[in-house]
Structure formats: structure tokens, C-alpha cells
Design a protein around this ligand. Structure first.
Ligand code: AMP
Ligand code: GLY
Length: 414
């Protein structure tokens, strides 16, 4: 089987690594991949930057399955275009991908189907949005409607911050069209969890829970990043939490998908907040999380390619997804200055001394060497019988990796 994998992050390296374990898989073309997929078993990087050319590539190279990592292509309708040509692809349609691509769409969906979420209002007019934040309860959460690569949410504790956020998005257009509409919502206090799951539109099967660490500094201080580390399972996701999640979030979501007749075969990722008043849904993502994937997949015992095929064949009701009864920890190493400003091009060494799986993100191959090429450079994932064992192994490993300006949090999973 030949697979096409779209994306170039640590998530995609982890997807490639896991899919390569299936004996039927002969080759995985990664567009455009990174330094990690360059060296990965069965993988070959190709550089195609638009959907039509990807369709073309799949047709001319007898690709039997296409897997899409990032939300961007899903929201642009890559799945619809592949299906029009009769190509087998795993992911939600363009319409269904709005569950991530538009905050207004997803909040309206949650409300319509009784998915427990924060109270909210929608705005498409600057004056009305300003008028609202001048009088609302603080803190308040201001979200740009469109895709914003993690930069579209502001938690305003002070009135001036709320006003500035509204102006930044709607007047100064710092996120372009993504800020044409706003969702302004109630602030929820609690702990977050990531629950990735797979759906064939008929059932949703949740994966093992995970916990992301979004802030750049220890103690969750400093600006938010794409994620500086993850653990799985999430220690806060006990049985009671999972029951509440199933009843108030997952089941109503599935009902909504069915009632709206959304063509949704793919990953659905629930970003939840565990509060004193129960479990709330913060957001849907229509793809795997990064770096959640880097801890969830190494714990998955089931074969990922078989699982994806079973979803595409609408056979998940007869499928079990098994996870190791263990703990995983992923510590991300980033470039000095990330997420604000950083330099690239430094050689990465010591990875061969690491007794852990290293998943690369912002790293590229040049003349047989690996050089830094992004903010989040790599992550090491380790597994242990306890969280502590997994953590200790992860830190022992990352200590052996070097590049100029290497930075990582010291408290992942603490
Ligand atoms: P979202 O893209 O909607 O998940 O928002 C990004 C991040 O903002 C979340 O992971 C939370 O840390 C935070 N956030 C979003 N909505 C809320 C809320 N209603 N209350 C508190 N924090 C929130
Ligand atoms: N780690 C959070 C995300 O992938 O959105």
C-alpha cells in the first residue's frame, strides 16, 4: 500500500512512524514532510504546495490512502476534491471542517445540539462588539471566528485588554479575514484536557486522554505556543470526568453530526475544560493535536492504518481501539526566542544517543545532517509504567540532544 501524508510537523512525523509499522504499507509519501520523515522508515518527502497538485500526485502514483495532518487543507476542502476523483482519503469534508474553521459555526452547533459549552455572543460589527466588551463581566474570552494558528484567542482580565483585542481583530485586522467575525464568551476556570477520537459519522471512539502544556515557560507562564510538551493519559481525566464528557459532549456531538448529515470521517479532537461545574467543551479540532499525537500514538496498540480503513469503510462500530496500560511523556525542544523571534540553521546532534523516539518538527535534512528550521524543533517521547518513570526517561533523553539555543520546559507532567 502506498500512502500520501499531508503535513510537515511533529504530528506528521508521529503519524508516519506509526503507519510505517503496518507490514502492508510499502511507502509513505510525505508532503512536504521534514527532517524526521526524511530519515523515517518507508518514508519519502515530496514538495507539493497545493491541493490540485496533490490530487494529481495521488492519481498518477497509485496512492491508495491519503491522510491529512493539518486543519488548513481540511478547511480548504482537500477531502471533497479527493473524493470527487474517487480517491480514498481520511478526513472531514470542507463543510464538517468548519467545526474547527469557524468558531461561530462550532459554537452554534454546540448550542443547537446541547453540547455543554461556555455562554457566548457573536459579532460581525465593530461598534456592537466594543459596546459589548465595555459592559461585560471580566475576565472575558475574545475569539476570532476564523483559523488563526493558535493566535485567535485572547483572555482579557482588564477592560482595556478586551477593547484592544476587539480592535486588533476587527479594525486593525491583525489576523486578516479570520477576524471579520468574533465570538465573545464566558471565561471558564479549570484544567484543560485533550481528547482525540476517531469517527466514521456513525460512532465516535475516544482515544486515551492527553494533557498539553501550552505556555512557553515553566509553571504555565509566558506567551502561548503550539504546545511545549504532553503527557498521556491526562491525570485529571478520571472515570467520572470521562463519563461526564461522554454524556454531555461526545454523544450530543455525534447526534449533531448525524442530524446535520455532515460528511465526517476522520479525527475529532475535543478540547475540554474540567471545571467545578462539570466538563465544558472549549473547541473542536478536526485533526490530531500537536504534540498530543506524539504521546497518544506511541501508546496505541491498535494498528493505525487498519483503524483508518475501518473508519473509511464505516465499520467503527465493529472496531476496538486498544491502548497500552502505560504512561507517555513528550518534551518539546524549541529554538531560543520562540514563540516571538528565533534563528534557524543550527545543527542538531546527540539524537542517536537518545533511548527514546524523537519526533522532528522544525528540522530539515541538509547534506545528511539535521538542521533547525522552525520554532518547535523536536520532541522526545518516552513510555513508562508510571508518569514519573516516563517523565524521568524523557528528561534523561532530551538532556543528550544539542543545538545552539536549545530550550525546553523542565516541568512537563509535573
Ligand atoms: P480555543 O482555540 O477555543 O481552544 O482556545 C484556545 C485556548 O484558550 C484554550 O486552550 C484555553 O486555554 C483558552 N480558552 C478558550 N476558551 C476559554 C474559555 N471560555 N475560558 C477559559 N479559557 C479559554
Ligand atoms: N496542541 C493543541 C493543538 O494541536 O491544537
Amino acid at each position: 500500500m502506498k500512502i500520501l501524508l499531508v503535513g510537515n510537523g511533529g504530528r506528521e512525523h508521529a503519524l508516519a512512524y506509526k503507519m510505517a509499522q503496518n507490514p502492508i504499507v510499502e511507502k509513505i509519501y510525505c508532503s512536504k514532510g521534514n527532517g524526521g520523515t526524511y530519515f523515517e522508515n518507508k518514508c519519502e518527502n515530496i514538495d507539493i504546495d497545493n491541493i490540485d497538485d496533490l490530487v494529481n500526485f495521488a492519481q498518477t502514483n497509485n496512492i491508495e490512502l491519503t491522510v491529512v495532518g493539518p486543519e488548513k487543507e481540511l478547511c480548504e476542502g482537500i477531502v471533497d476534491k479527493f473524493k470527487e476523483k474517487g480517491l480514498r482519503i481520511f478526513g472531514p469534508s470542507k463543510e464538517a471542517a468548519q467545526l474547527e474553521g469557524s468558531k461561530a459555526f462550532s459554537k452554534d452547533f454546540m448550542k443547537k445540539y446541547g453540547v455543554k459549552t461556555a455562554e457566548y455572543s457573536k459579532f460581525y460589527n465593530l461598534k456592537e462588539a466594543l459596546n459589548y466588551v465595555e459592559n461585560c463581566v471580566l475576565p472575558v474570552v475574545i475569539k476570532a471566528d476564523g483559523l488563526a494558528a493558535g493566535k485567535g484567542v485572547v483572555i482579557a482580565e482588564k477592560r482595556e485588554e478586551a477593547i484592544k483585542a476587539v480592535k486588533d481583530f476587527m479594525e486593525d485586522k491583525i489576523l486578516g479575514n479570520a477576524g471579520d467575525g468574533l465570538v465573545i464568551e464566558e471565561f471558564l476556570e479549570g484544567v484543560e484536557a485533550s481528547i482525540l477520537s476517531i469517527t466514521d459519522g456513525e460512532v465516535i471512539i475516544p482515544f486515551i486522554s492527553a494533557k498539553d502544556h501550552k505556555a512557553i515557560n515553566d509553571g504555565n507562564k509566558g506567551p502561548n505556543t503550539g504546545g511545549m510538551g504532553t503527557i498521556a493519559p491526562n491525570p485529571y481525566c478520571n472515570e467520572e470526568v470521562l463519563k461526564d464528557f461522554t454524556q454531555h459532549i461526545m454523544i450530543p456531538t455525534l447526534n449533531g453530526i448525524k442530524k446535520e448529515k455532515l460528511d465526517y470521517i476522520g479525527i475529532i479532537f475535543f478540547g475540554i475544560m474540567i471545571t467545578k461545574k462539570g466538563i465544558y467543551l472549549l473547541e473542536y479540532n478536526v485533526r490530531m493535536g500537536d504534540p498530543e499525537t506524539q504521546v497518544v500514538l506511541p501508546l496505541m496498540e491498535s494498528d493505525l492504518v487498519e483503524l483508518i480503513n475501518s473508519a473509511i469503510d464505516k465499520n467503527l462500530k465493529n472496531t476496538k481501539v486498544l491502548f497500552k496500560n502505560q504512561h507517555a511523556c513528550c518534551v518539546i525542544a524549541s529554538s531560543k526566542g520562540y514563540p516571538i523571534k528565533y534563528e534557524n540553521g543550527f545543527e542538531i546532534t546527540g539524537v542517536n544517543k537518545v533511548k527514546a523516539k524523537t519526533f522532528f518538527a522544525g528540522a530539515e535534512e541538509k547534506n545528511g545532517k539535521l538542521l533547525t528550521s522552525g520554532g518547535r524543533v523536536l520532541g522526545v517521547t518516552t513510555i513508562g509504567k508510571t508518569l514519573e518513570e516516563a517523565r524521568n526517561k524523557a528528561y534523561d533523553s532530551i538532556n543528550k540532544v544539542h543545538f545552539d539555543g536549545i530550550y525546553y520546559r523542565k516541568d512537563i507532567g509535573k
